[in-house]
Design a protein around this ligand. Structure first.
Ligand code: EPS
Length: 397
């Protein structure tokens, strides 16, 4: 990121998680309630394991906010792990003599960090690496993303998401563009009281729930995909002038960096492969004094630059790598073949992962907003964005 810096730390079963977000302008009104709501949204979703009943994630501000507004200094925060008290032996910060330690984990789970991680760090206990490579590490990202979302909201940008596929079950299976079928009031409804899987197509959602039950029954896990939408993004975020300033590249990198994400599409994404150009590009038509686009296949980005249409990012989330019916693996201590280690886990994290997707999209857009418009203070940023909107939107139909 160019203007914001985010540093996070925390193990899944350690005492807690922390983050520092640097680069927010002074004077951003911070709603702690909204941050805690986003943390709660990250904990919601059918297919989650028992851990989500233990944790009640809440942010604790440590720095950078006074009287409910940012100071322009780094914002520091923490989230406690309630489960920590049950893990003080296995996750002791203080040294424990080897013979008194709980047994090391040595049977690596295929697909998890386990094998690559122990080889990289030269440890003989998989727990040393799995703790950080956990879905829980996304919690501070959601806090930082919620601050970014609030910055964006102050200049009129709204970010929301939905689950569009779980395993083989797709939302609106007969629609060419499922996004066009999402009810207009979905984002508000999803905030007030999310559906079990955060899928706006109730029929598909019922089938998705059955699919999760089936996977659970079979001791398996299941993935899917979700869509993040950012509306009213000013024209001109990102740039085509250099490879590492393109908005699509920045978004794809940030979303791909979410644990378990294996693919990212912007707009049509891989849908461009089989179509002719005339069925890919969004025709620009005159309307009154302005112009209009009937389609948004580009997903709001042309030439690496936001074009004023909604930005549409879709992510493919792989099934979690802990399977109750464990896959074959090798015991790293003995070299003997056997089944992989089984750690308490979730059947799917899909609904929760979409909230992390929102957070990463918000962070990238907030960063690019600050890069394009600067502003040590919110008033400067608002004024600069207002000028851009007047210049680029006045001719729109
Ligand atoms: C996770 C396993 C589960 C998840 C955890 C990530 O935790 P536990 O092993 O304690 O049951 O619930 O995710 C979170 C705690 C979270 O907040 O997202 C894993 O193996 O990555």
């Amino acid at each position: 990121m160019r203007r914001l810096r985010l540093l996070t730390a925390g193990e899944s079963h350690g005492p807690g998680l922390v983050g520092v977000l640097e680069g927010l302008p002074a004077g951003l009104r911070v709603s702690t309630r909204r941050v805690d709501l986003d943390l709660k949204r990250r904990q919601h979703g059918y297919g989650s394991g028992r851990r989500m009943q233990i944790e009640r994630d809440r942010v604790r501000w440590i720095a950078g906010i006074r009287y409910g507004r940012t100071l322009g200094s780094p914002v520091g925060f923490a989230i406690n792990n309630r489960d920590w008290e049950n893990w003080t032996d296995r996750m002791s910060v203080e040294p424990i003599p080897t013979h008194r330690r709980p047994k090391a984990i040595t049977r690596a789970r295929p697909g998890h960090v386990d094998l690559a991680g122990v080889l990289k760090y030269g440890t003989d206990d998989v727990r040393d690496v799995l703790e950080r490579a956990s879905a829980r590490s996304t919690t501070p990202r959601v806090v930082a993303g919620s601050l970014a979302r609030q910055l964006l909201a102050a200049v009129g940008v709204r970010i929301w998401s939905f689950v569009d596929q779980l395993g083989p079950v797709r939302a609106y299976p007969d629609a060419e563009d499922p996004l066009a079928r999402v009810p207009a009031d979905w984002p508000e409804r999803d905030l007030r009281g999310p559906s079990p899987l955060r899928c706006p197509d109730p029929e598909a959602e019922t089938r998705m729930l059955a699919e999760i039950d089936r996977a659970k029954e079979a001791g398996d896990s299941i993935g899917g995909s979700y869509v993040v939408v950012a509306e009213r993004v000013p024209v001109g975020l990102g740039s085509s002038s250099e490879w590492d300033t393109r908005l699509d590249g920045l978004l794809a990198g940030a979303v791909m960096a979410i644990p378990g994400v294996k693919g990212v599409e912007i707009g049509l994404g891989f849908g461009v492969v089989e179509r002719a150009g005339s069925a890919v590009h969004d025709v620009v038509a005159a309307e009154g004094e302005g112009w209009t686009r009937e389609t948004n296949r580009a997903g709001g980005i042309e030439g690496g630059i936001s074009n004023g249409e909604p930005i549409v990012v879709r992510a493919a989330q792989k099934p979690v790598s802990t399977l109750r019916k464990a896959l074959p693996s090798v015991d790293l201590a003995t070299g003997v073949s056997g089944r992989a280690h089984i750690e308490r886990s979730d059947v799917t994290v899909l609904a929760r992962a979409a909230i992390v997707g929102e957070a990463m999209v918000a962070l990238v857009l907030a960063d690019e907003l600050l890069h394009s418009f600067g502003g040590d203070a919110m008033a400067d940023l608002r004024a600069a964005v207002g000028r851009r909107r007047r210049r680029t939107e006045r001719r729109r139909g």
